[in-house]
Write a protein that binds this ligand. Structure first.
Ligand SMILES: [Ca+2]
Length: 202
């Protein structure tokens, strides 16, 4: 098994405890083991065609990509591609009011795709063709509750003067960094000194 960035992040989260106890999982789409070059529709039904943490709708395919693919996986072996209204969603634990960042690698041909947080569009992947896999601009969101749902939706038609597809890999939801205890104590100390100083000159 190859250690991926997502797996490393999961280990870090486990060590950091409370901020990501039920963390976002399998952003690299590696939980479905496939042979080199094999691909399979994700249908939520059979254990052989599900991805840990994710719920799919419509046409979503997971592929164990080859290095020779025009759009190969950027983390681990697998990536997903989707079209025809296909979507992938994951609901994970968050802390209301805290800021999370989302990053991912993508590629697409014709058509528009969108990334949603709790049903609201957070990033549009529109316009032209993106050749090869590249890092998306990404975005940050403020969690509004104890759980947040992140969704990728590929509105492009399967056949529209070519195959419209959104390709995805290495989706990372970065949990907020817990406040540094040392920095918090330093701020408290500075505040206390300020109060003492004001009292002296007052
Ligand atoms: Ca991957």
């Amino acid at each position: 098994m190859r250690i991926t960035r997502s797996m490393a992040l999961a280990l870090l989260c486990a060590a950091a405890t409370n901020t990501c106890a039920a963390a976002f999982t399998d952003g690299s789409f590696e939980s479905l083991a496939l042979a080199d070059g094999q691909q399979r529709m994700v249908d939520n039904a059979s254990p052989k065609s599900t991805l840990d943490g994710w719920t799919s709708s419509g046409r979503v395919v997971v592929r164990d990509s080859l290095a020779t693919d025009p759009r190969p996986a950027t983390d681990g072996d697998n990536l997903v591609f989707m079209n025809n209204g296909g979507s992938l969603s994951q609901t994970f634990d968050t802390v209301a009011g805290l800021v999370y960042t989302v990053s991912f690698d993508y590629s697409k041909n014709k058509g528009v795709a969108s990334v949603l947080v709790d049903g609201s569009v957070a990033e549009m992947l529109g316009g032209g063709v993106v050749q090869g896999m590249q890092a998306a601009p990404g975005f940050a969101f403020v969690a509004s509750g104890a759980q947040t749902t992140l969704s990728f939706v590929a509105q492009m038609a399967q056949s529209n003067g070519g195959i419209g597809r959104l390709y995805l890999d290495d989706v990372v939801v970065a949990a907020p960094v817990p406040e540094n205890g040392g920095a918090a104590m330093l701020s408290a100390g500075v505040l206390l000194l300020g109060l003492l100083f004001r009292r002296r000159i007052g």
